[in-house]
Write a protein that binds this ligand. Structure first.
Ligand SMILES: NC(=O)c1ccc[n+]([C@@H]2O[C@H](COP(=O)([O-])OP(=O)(O)OC[C@H]3O[C@@H](n4cnc5c(N)ncnc54)[C@H](OP(=O)(O)O)[C@@H]3O)[C@@H](O)[C@H]2O)c1
Length: 262
C-alpha cells in the first residue's frame, strides 16, 4: 500500500520564498497547503505547478494575522487530511518600513512587529496541540539576518529578533513531544518584497560582500527551508540558522587572536 502523503502547511506560499518552498516540498512528495492572503491567481499558479509536476497541493486563503481565519483554515486542513506534519511560518505579513528610527511612527513600528508575531503566534497555536498528540511534527520560522543589525531598518530588525526569540520558546515547549522547531534567517533574497528596495548600488554592495558573489534567489532559499523541515535534519532544535551566501563570513571582524595564527 502507498504511504499517505505527508502534509506541509506554508504561510505566504503564493509568491516568493514561500512559493518556491511549496514547489520544493511538492517535488519531495508532500501534500502542500499553499496559504496566501489575497493573490488567488498567484496561489493557484503554485498549486498548478505542483500538480503538473506530479505532486499534490491545494490553496487556502487566510490572513495569518487573524486568529479566527487561521483556526478556520487549520480546521479545513484537519478535516481533509487529519494532521499537519510540517508548518512553515513564512508569510511576509507587513513589508518593512524603511524610515530612519527618528522619523519612524509608532504605528509603522508596532504594525511591523505585531504583524510578524501575529502570524507566527496564531499558526503555532493552531497546529501545536495536534502535533503534540501525535508526538511528531516540524516547524520552521523564516527570519532575517537583519535581526542582528543595528542602526538600520529598526522595525524589521526588532520584529525578526522577536521572532527568533519566540521560535526558541516554541522549541523549548515542543521538543519534549518529539516536535523539532528551528528558524532560518536569510540575507537578501530576490523576491517581490525586495524588488522595490534593491536599487543598483545596494545590489552591487551586497553581491560584492557575499562569498557566493551573487544574491540568493527564492529557489536557493527553498532548498534550505526544505532541508531544515526534513527529518534528516535530525536532533537540531531551537536553532537560528543564518543563510546569506556567505555575507556573514566576510562581515565578521577578525578575532583579536587571529594575529597569532598567521
Ligand atoms: N526577500 C528577502 O530578502 C528576505 C530576507 C530575509 C527574510 N525574508 C522573509 O521571508 C519571508 C517571505 O518573504 P518574501 O520575500 O518571499 O515575500 P513576498 O515575495 O512579499 O511574498 C509574500 C507572501 O506572503 C503572503 N502574505 C502576506 N501577508 C499575509 C498574511 N497576513 N496572511 C497570509 N499570507 C500573507 C503573500 O500573499 P499574497 O500573494 O496573497 O499577497 C505572499 O504570498 C518573510 O517572512 C520575510 O520577512 C525575506
Amino acid at each position: 500500500m502507498r504511504e499517505p502523503r505527508r502534509v506541509a502547511l506554508i504561510s505566504g506560499a503564493g509568491r516568493g520564498i514561500g512559493a518556491a518552498t511549496a514547489r520544493e516540498l511538492g517535488r519531495r512528495g508532500y501534500h502542500v497547503v499553499v496559504n496566501y492572503r489575497e493573490n488567488t491567481a498567484a496561489a493557484d499558479r503554485v498549486v498548478g505547478d505542483i500538480r503538473e509536476a506530479g505532486g499534490s497541493a491545494e490553496a487556502q486563503r487566510a490572513d495569518v494575522c487573524d486568529g479566527g481565519q487561521v483556526a478556520d483554515m487549520v480546521r479545513r486542513v484537519y478535516a481533509a487530511h487529519g494532521h499537519v506534519d510540517v508548518l512553515i511560518c513564512n508569510a511576509n505579513t507587513v513589508n518593512p518600513p524603511f524610515a530612519p528610527l527618528l522619523s519612524l511612527s509608532w504605528e509603522a513600528f508596532i504594525g511591523k512587529v505585531g504583524g510578524e508575531l501575529a502570524g507566527a503566534f496564531f499558526l503555532t497555536q493552531a497546529v501545536l496541540s495536534e502535533m503534540r498528540r501525535r508526538g511528531a511534527g516540524r516547524i520552521v520560522y523564516i527570519s532575517s539576518t537583519a535581526a542582528d543589525w543595528a542602526g538600520s531598518v529598526a522595525a524589521h530588525s526588532t520584529a525578526k529578533a522577536a521572532l527568533n526569540t519566540f521560535s526558541r520558546h516554541v522549541a523549548a515547549t515542543a521538543a519534549q513531544y518529539g516536535i523539532a522547531v528551528n528558524t532560518v534567517a536569510f540575507g537578501t533574497v530576490r523576491t517581490d518584497a525586495t524588488a522595490g528596495v534593491l536599487h543598483e548600488d545596494l545590489r552591487r554592495y551586497t553581491e560584492e560582500r557575499s562569498v557566493l558573489g551573487r544574491l540568493l534567489d527564492a529557489d536557493d532559499a527553498a532548498k534550505t527551508v526544505a532541508a531544515v523541515a526534513d527529518d534528516s535534519f535530525g536532533a537540531a532544535v531551537g536553532q537560528v540558522i543564518r543563510v546569506d551566501g556567505g555575507y556573514d563570513v566576510l562581515d565578521q571582524q577578525l578575532h583579536p587572536t587571529s594575529k597569532f595564527f598567521q
